[in-house]
Design a protein around this ligand. Structure first.
Ligand SMILES: Nc1ncnc2c1ncn2[C@@H]1O[C@H](COP(=O)(O)OP(=O)(O)OP(=O)(O)O)[C@@H](O)[C@H]1O
Length: 240
């Protein structure tokens, strides 16, 4: 396998005392795209949140490593500084902060002007983040935001949900471009993508798929074959 970027071992995660993830093992190598499938409520978003360090998710056992370094005890901003970026399913609006302000603060104003048109966000520089954005604009902004943040590990929570068919290809192209371009430190990027519809598989090159059921990864394999099996038989045959 390529150099390990994300290494998760024996991970248990709880929220407000309620256990959600149990004994999750996951390894993602440099340059790899992994896709995560699973029924509603199986714990997919919880896994992404635990990697990013979002409250109220608490690691009760196991470890999360980024580039070999243990990160599960670090604050969110420390994880972001080390190169983890997340495109949220339902991000908050940030009234008072424009897209331009955000880009300048990150030292990415040049990227804003170079890349925004590719996600149909060319006129958004003066808009306040997510304020009055349509559902599809919110999702495209979340993907675009990762160009500005320049992470090494990209986490996508259903990047295609709520995006019209025409723009799904733009989202897929953007993910491919991000994956092809090393970050400013010259590191290859890696990605973990939650998808329900599987549409995104038509536009990106995914290397490995995983199925999560009841907070546990029950199967891993070739992403298209896994998705076809889910479409054909549902998740029933994949119960642990
Ligand atoms: N903050 C929280 N407090 C209490 N329970 C939570 C919290 N966050 C998640 N859960 C519960 O944990 C379980 C897993 O939720 P999660 O959002 O991770 O699932 P998911 O696989 O991403 O679902 P979906 O496909 O519907 O988005 C669900 O039963 C959910 O209600």
């Amino acid at each position: 396998m390529a150099e390990q970027i994300l290494g998760i071992r024996g991970l248990d995660v709880a929220a407000k005392g309620v256990p959600i993830l149990r004994a999750v093992d996951l390894e993602i190598g440099a340059g790899e795209v992994h896709v995560l499938f699973g029924p509603n409520g199986s714990g997919k978003s919880t896994l992404l949140s635990a990697i990013m360090g979002l409250p109220p998710y608490v690691v009760s056992a196991g470890e999360i490593r980024l580039g070999g370094e243990r990160i599960d005890g670090l604050a969110i901003d420390e994880r972001a500084r080390r190169g983890i970026g997340m495109a949220f399913q339902r991000p908050p609006a940030i009234d008072g902060v424009t897209v331009e302000d955000f880009s300048q603060t990150l030292g990415s104003a040049d990227i804003l002007h170079r890349e925004a048109a590719s996600l149909d966000l060319a006129d958004f520089a003066a808009r306040h983040i997510n304020v009055g954005f349509s559902g599809g604009e919110v999702k495209r902004w979340e993907v675009f935001k990762l160009f500005l943040q320049d992470p090494r590990l990209l986490l996508f929570d259903e990047p295609e949900s709520g995006v019209d068919l025409e723009h799904i290809s733009a989202v897929g192209d953007a993910i491919n471009r991000l994956m092809r371009t090393p970050n400013r430190a010259g590191e290859a990027r890696s990605a973990l993508i939650i998808t329900h519809t599987g549409f995104i598989l038509d536009y990106i090159e995914a290397d490995v798929g995983h199925v999560m059921i009841d907070g546990h990864i029950v199967r891993s394999g070739e992403p298209r074959a896994l998705f076809e099996s889910i479409q054909k038989h549902g998740y029933k045959t994949m119960q642990p």
